[in-house]
Write a protein that binds this ligand. Structure first.
Ligand code: BDR
Ligand code: CA
Length: 302
C-alpha cells in the first residue's frame, strides 16, 4: 500500500476522500491534518474526527492553520453547509485531535517514515507551505504531492481561480516552487468526472458507508442534474489508477494578486519557463471508470 498523509478541509467531497483513504487496502493512511477552507478549522477538525470515529479508525488527526498565510479567510458554507458535513448523524463521542499542530505532526511523521511519503492536500495548501518554510529538511523525504486544486481552464470561485488555490494563493505559490514533484488534480478533470445520477441512486443500497455518503451528497451545493463533482476523491483515483488520466508536464505559476488572484497559470507552450516544468497536470479523465471505481470502492468498505 502507498503511504499517504491527507491534508484536508472536510467538506463533503473531502469526507468522501477521507472515507476511501482510511479504508482502501491500497492506502496506508498515516495522518489526517486539517485546515481552514470549506469551513473554519475547528469544524474541519471535528468533521475529520467524526469520520475516524464512524470507521473506528485509529488514524490520528492534527489540527492545522486557522487562516490563510496572508489573505483574509473566506469559507464555502454555501456549498458544504454551516457544519461542513451536513445531513448525517455521526456519533458524538469523538476522539481528541493530537496535542501537536498539523505542521509538527507532519514533520514528525515525514521524518520518522522509512520511505518517502506521499502528501495529498485536498484543501488550501496553508499547512504545506508552513511546513516547507518551517522545516525544509522534510523536502527530500516527500515522494510526491498529489494535490486537488487549480485549473488550466476556468475557475469555480472566480473566472480564473479554483477554490483551494483562491483560498490561499501564497501557500500555493510556495508549494509549486518547492521542487517536490507535484501532480495537479484540478477542475480540468474533476468537473468531468461527475458522479452520475445513476451512481447516486445506487449509493444508499450498497452498505452503511454508501448510506452515509449519500446523505452528505444530498446536502452538497456543487453540481447539477448531470452529476456532482467529487473533486478531492480524484487525487486518490489518480494514485491508484493513473492510466485513467491524461497528463501533461508544464510549469505552474500562481497569481497572488489582481483579478486573476488564485489562478494557476500553466506554461502550456513552455515559452515562459524555457520548457522547464514543476508539475504534472491532469488534463483529462475517464469519467466512467471513475464512477465504477467509486461505487466498487464504497461497496467493498461495506
Ligand atoms: C475544492 O474546493 C472545496 O470546496 C472542495 O472540497 C474541493 O477541495 C474544489 O474546488
Ligand atoms: Ca476540499
Amino acid at each position: 500500500p502507498t503511504k499517504i498523509i491527507l491534508d484536508s478541509d472536510p467538506g463533503i467531497d473531502d469526507a468522501a476522500a477521507i472515507t476511501i483513504a482510511i479504508n482502501h487496502p491500497d492506502f496506508d493512511l498515516q495522518l489526517i491534518t486539517t485546515v481552514a477552507g470549506n469551513v473554519t478549522v475547528d469544524k474541519t477538525t471535528i468533521n475529520a474526527l467524526k469520520l475516524t470515529r464512524f470507521f473506528n479508525s485509529d488514524v490520528p488527526v492534527a489540527e492545522g492553520a486557522p487562516q490563510p498565510l496572508l489573505k483574509p479567510f473566506e469559507d464555502a458554507v454555501r456549498i458544504h453547509g454551516v457544519s461542513g458535513m451536513p445531513g448525517y448523524d455521526f456519533p458524538t463521542d469523538l476522539a481528541d485531535p493530537l496535542p501537536e499542530t498539523a505542521v509538527e505532526a507532519l514533520r514528525d511523521r515525514i521524518m520518522a517514515a522509512e520511505e518517502p511519503i506521499t502528501l495529498v492536500p485536498t484543501g488550501a495548501y496553508t499547512n504545506i507551505a508552513l511546513l516547507f518554510k518551517t522545516y525544509p529538511e522534510v523536502l527530500p523525504h516527500i515522494k510526491e504531492i498529489v494535490a486537488m486544486g487549480g485549473a488550466l481552464g476556468k475557475g469555480n470561485m472566480t473566472s480564473a481561480a479554483e477554490f483551494n488555490v483562491f483560498t490561499d494563493p501564497h501557500a500555493a505559490e510556495i508549494m509549486y516552487q518547492s521542487g517536490v514533484p507535484i501532480t495537479m488534480v484540478g477542475l480540468d478533470v474533476t468537473m468531468k468526472a461527475l458522479l452520475t445520477p445513476a451512481t447516486m441512486q445506487k449509493l444508499p443500497t450498497i452498505g452503511r458507508t454508501g448510506e452515509m455518503l449519500h446523505a452528505l451528497f444530498n446536502h452538497y451545493g456543487d453540481g447539477d442534474q448531470t452529476g456532482i463533482p467529487m473533486h478531492d476523491v480524484n487525487t486518490l483515483f489518480y494514485l491508484l489508477h493513473p492510466e485513467a488520466f491524461t497528463t501533461e508536464k508544464m510549469w505552474i505559476d500562481v497569481q497572488t494578486d489582481g483579478p486573476a488572484n488564485g489562478e494557476t497559470v500553466g506554461d502550456i507552450r513552455g515559452a515562459y519557463h524555457d520548457g522547464k516544468t514543476n508539475a504534472t497536470v491532469c488534463v483529462d479523465i475517464d469519467a466512467r471508470a471513475f464512477n465504477e471505481w467509486f461505487l466498487e470502492t464504497v461497496e467493498a468498505i461495506g
